[in-house]
Design a protein around this ligand. Structure first.
Ligand code: C2E
Ligand code: MG
Ligand code: MG
Length: 270
């Protein structure tokens, strides 16, 4: 049976896809940047690039509302290529001790163009590879494991760091930690939000941090919003934090301000 609501949903999706196609050509995307803060020094050590879409009629569209459509249609490949180029070009203008983290979709790994795209973005921008971090989720490793691992090893061989994003939300992260030498584990924000009210979340956060320490992998807590969460994570030995406590994602023009910010919470290197 073909329900009318189903038809409406499909049409909305179709429209979004048509608009997305135009968005690339019309330059409607922008990258926002959110600081990553070292737990010990409380210095900003880098920024995560997070895409925003300025839709001509709908205004700002959040990534979770269009990335899935971009992935299904394959448009994430040209969009992702633009993201890497733009992020590297902007980061190349920042102080040389500040890194840039870029999110990758599983679909980009299937496209074969990922490695050339990263290499050419680094070459065009002049950004040293050790200032680039690529964030993947474990869904990347779920597909065609060997081919994906080969690409990851090549990227890491160039000196790029590889982070596992949203850790704890998938199925089999632990085996993936043995398959690939990740540089960083990002603990999903759902565990950080629940930490104060649920002992089980705190126990999981504590275990992941300890595991990271044992494996020599840095741990970043995502979604840190309160000083209490920050204190608790410091106590547990987490190495890096990211969240609204320091800053939400902000436009590129504000990066330098964030680095030298009057915000007394941030003691920054720049
Ligand atoms: P992510 O990579 O896990 O990024 C972190 C998300 O958490 C961002 O949402 C950020 O704004 C949000 N966040 C950070 N700190 C806090 C906090 O303290 N509290 C709360 N409530 N949220 C916080 P955003 O920008 O909406 O991005 C959502 C997701 O979309 C990202 O999750 C990532 O998976 C995806 N995404 C964003 N940009 C890109 C991109 O360029 N390429 C790809 N493939 N995916 C992207
Ligand atoms: Mg991320
Ligand atoms: Mg995440």
């Amino acid at each position: 049976f073909f329900e009318p609501e189903m038809d409406a949903r499909m049409q909305a999706r179709r429209r979004l896809e048509v608009d997305l196609r135009k968005a690339i050509a019309n330059g409607e995307f922008e990258l926002f940047y959110q600081p990553l803060v070292d737990m010990q020094t409380e210095y900003v050590t880098g920024f995560e690039a997070l895409i925003r879409w300025h839709h001509p009629e709908r205004g700002m569209v959040a990534p979770l509302d269009f990335i899935p459509v971009a992935e299904d249609s394959g448009l994430i490949v040209p969009i992702g290529d633009w993201v890497i180029r733009q992020a590297c070009a902007e980061a190349a203008t920042w102080p040389s001790n500040v890194k840039i983290a870029v999110n990758l979709s599983p679909v980009q790994f299937k496209s074969k163009g990922l490695l050339p795209s990263v290499i050419s973005a680094l070459a065009a921008s002049g950004l040293p590879p050790n200032r680039l971090e690529l964030e993947i989720t474990e869904s990347v490793l779920l597909q065609d494991g060997d081919a994906t691992l080969a690409i990851l090893h090549e990227l890491r061989g160039l000196g790029i760091r590889i982070s596992m994003d949203d850790f704890g939300t998938g199925y089999s992260s632990l085996s993936y930690l043995r398959k690939f030498p990740f540089d960083k584990i990002k603990i999903d924000q759902s565990f950080i939000f629940a930490m104060s009210d649920h002992n089980d979340s705190l126990a999981i956060v504590r275990a992941v941090i300890a595991m990271g320490a044992g494996l020599g992998i840095a741990t970043t807590a995502e979604g840190v919003e309160t000083p209490e969460q920050f204190k608790q994570l410091k106590l547990e030995g987490c190495t890096e934090v990211q969240g609204f406590l320091f800053s939400p994602p902000r436009p590129a023009a504000e990066v330098k301000w964030l680095l030298t910010s009057i915000n007394p919470k941030l003691k920054v290197t720049a």
